[in-house]
Design a binder for this molecule. Structure first.
Ligand code: PDD
Length: 299
């Protein structure tokens, strides 16, 4: 496969892709992004990703300057050029460039938004993460408070999450970030669920988390399959005493948690985690079959 990068609609090899040093994403993290993957040739829940990109843009008053349709077309064009199925795309949109020689955080005099799309072959998680599970450390770094920098804005600035990861690096696969009150917010790049007494717990929708698109599907799957669900914040102590813990994201799908700190959970996940993982896979297949029929893609 050709790994490619598109910068403001110009496609080039990764080593040739360039962006200005005056780009506000580079300078200040003044950018938003989405990560999405294709199954075969179909970008899964692509409309939802672009809708979330638009919500993030509105929340930071960034003018996307392109229709949803145009963005989706460009993503498909890039995947077609790469000529590969099962790909990963990171779409990053910064507010634009500061005027030359005017490095100022004030958004005045900024150019139009810069679009960068990274097309990579999807790196599947090693089977051990599903057969056993992921290990997580609890970071002392807190998740950003939604009144400071709302995690629901998918901002290109991941310093908060990186600080959490730096603490747990080398000891665990990844980290969980808490709120100031000791409640579980989310992982560095994923949502966190617990199962207790056959009920799935997730945070309320207005909590300090990114509302994951995978999470939303899991909630729908719980409802349509009579799996009890509670949208209720839970503490780290409650999480450690849960019967099952799993995480979700576009690239991880439903992944069991094997260990949090010193606390171990069942290898490969408990009954409900396994059921949701399998329901999610079925959902993906049905979605992709329908999408391929409705909008055939020719490459
Ligand atoms: N991360 N929470 C955070 C902080 C995330 O960065 C992500 C996604 C999620 C899950 O969202 P979704 O289910 O829509 O993928 C939750 C992507 C995958 C990433 O940065 O690679």
């Amino acid at each position: 496969m050709q790994e490619l990068v598109s910068v403001n609609s110009v496609i080039s090899k990764p080593e040739e892709a360039k962006i200005s040093v005056y780009d506000r994403g580079f300078l200040f993290g003044d950018a938003i992004y989405e990560v999405t993957r294709s199954y075969g040739k179909v970008f899964f829940t692509i409309e939802e990703h672009i809708a979330r990109l638009r919500r993030s843009a509105e929340a930071i008053n960034l003018d996307l300057g392109k229709s949803d349709q145009k963005i989706i077309e460009e993503m498909y064009a890039l995947a077609k050029e790469g000529g590969e199925e099962d790909v990963y795309i990171r779409l990053q949109v910064s507010r634009g460039n500061c005027a030359f020689q005017q490095v100022s955080i004030k958004p005045k005099n900024t150019s139009a938004a810069n679009y960068v799309m990274y097309l990579h072959k999807l790196k599947n998680w090693e089977p051990k993460y599903y057969e056993k599970g992921i290990s997580l450390g609890v970071a002392e770094t807190l998740r950003n408070n939604k009144k400071a920098m709302d995690p629901n804005i998918k901002s290109g600035n991941y310093l908060n999450n990186i600080l959490g990861l730096l603490e747990t690096e080398g000891q665990y696969d990844d980290c969980i970030l808490l709120t100031k009150e000791g409640l579980v917010a989310e992982g560095s790049t994923f949502n966190v669920f617990m199962v207790k007494d056959k009920t799935v717990y997730t945070q309320p929708d207005d909590f300090d988390i990114l509302q994951g698109i995978t999470r939303k599907i899991i909630l729908e799957l719980c409802e349509s399959n009579q799996i009890k669900l509670q949208k209720k914040a839970f503490s780290i102590e409650e999480l450690l005493q849960a019967d099952e813990v799993f995480v979700s994201s576009s690239t991880k799908e439903v992944m069991p948690v094997l260990k949090i700190g010193k606390q171990n959970f069942q290898e490969g996940g408990g009954e409900i985690t396994k059921r949701l993982a399998s329901l999610y896979k079925d959902y993906v297949i049905k979605y992709c079959e329908k999408a391929a029929k409705d909008h055939p893609i020719d490459f």
